[in-house]
Write a protein that binds this ligand. Sequence first.
Ligand code: GLU
Length: 425
Amino acid sequence: MVADKHTSEEKHEEKHDVLKATQIVIHRALEKLGYPEEVYELLKEPIRMLTVKIPVRMDDGTVKIFTGYRAQHNDAVGPTKGGIRFHPNVTEREVKALSIWMSLKCGIVDLPYGGGKGGIVCDPRNMSFRELERLSRGYVRAISQIVGPTKDIPAPDVFTNSQIMAWMMDEYSRIDEFNSPGFITGKPLVLGGSHGRETATAKGVTICIREAAKKRGIDLKGARVVVQGFGNAGSFLAKFMHDAGAKVIGISDAYGALYDPNGLDIDYLLDRRDSFGTVTKLFKNTITNKELLELDCDILVPAAIENQITEENAHNIKASIVVEAANGPTTLEATEILTQRGILIVPDVLASAGGVTVSYFEWVQNNQGYYWSEEEVEEKLEKVMVKAFNNVYETAQTRRVDMRLAAYMVGVRKMAEACRFRGWI
Ligand code: GLU
């Protein structure tokens, strides 16, 4: 029985291999843009991938060995950039795919970076504060040779936050023998963080929702919104939608989902969530994440993890707009089904690019040692996101491709051009 279960899980993994899916779309995008095959050969995998073992002294005195990764997809445009996730399901292929998505995001919002990504296989929900500190510092020591403010700049991702960024910055500053705030972004304000970084991903998603709703003639006031995931992106997004007058009728975390057709009390839920975004455990009347995705609504925002909308449930999605705040929540088969059904998809590499945009602002502020107000950051983010949305939307219209392929076409172009000018291809 156990063996059978394992095999079917492996099959599911293989079928929903995020790296393979990304490579397929990169290939299509380069083909559409008229690039030769060798460009694909260069861009289909990261140029550099480091796997490290991190020994950590646990609070009970034992030593546990953790596995970590850092992938650098392409550095033709500039240093690589992207977050670090702490999650039990982190794999090498996932980190590689995530680094490619970062390259695409940076291309779409036109930042002077290539993509990078890191991950550690661990469950921070079961670790103490000090164990997490030792793990964060150990990871930085293990990858220190390939990262740095002009090489590769990490940031937060799933289950990592500003405290973890602070420990990592401190560890790197000791190794570098300088105060190096530009080594990492998503830091606390007092350590050179930027105003607006914490809410940046959700702000970017909000701007995409507003623009997409305009295209579909949907009034955000009273629109029914469902948000899957209550972490950094999902929780702030629910709040912004609520503040904009939309009715947030469903939210979820890793353990279940909440539904109220009259709109949930978002402020109350925000107040009760823990630092990992868990809140549904406090309620008796919950629904499943599967049921949540299929709720009757206008706007659906997957803001959790990969492969949530697949060929199995894509036919049952009732939203008219799907805005991907998470990385990779919709499979390629599902993208095709949703597009055929006339549902407007705002793909992850566009919708979630607000985070890295404000990370870039943070890095610029660190480099110049001069800090901006929250209004300045928001004004700049607004301009970047609106331009990126329209660029992708118009590419989809004029080239007659779906929104995901359009986003990949916009995202890959600058990188391919930079590789060509450098004489790599
Ligand atoms: N982890 C975030 C992402 O997936 C942010 C990356 C960054 O700020 O560099 O876009």
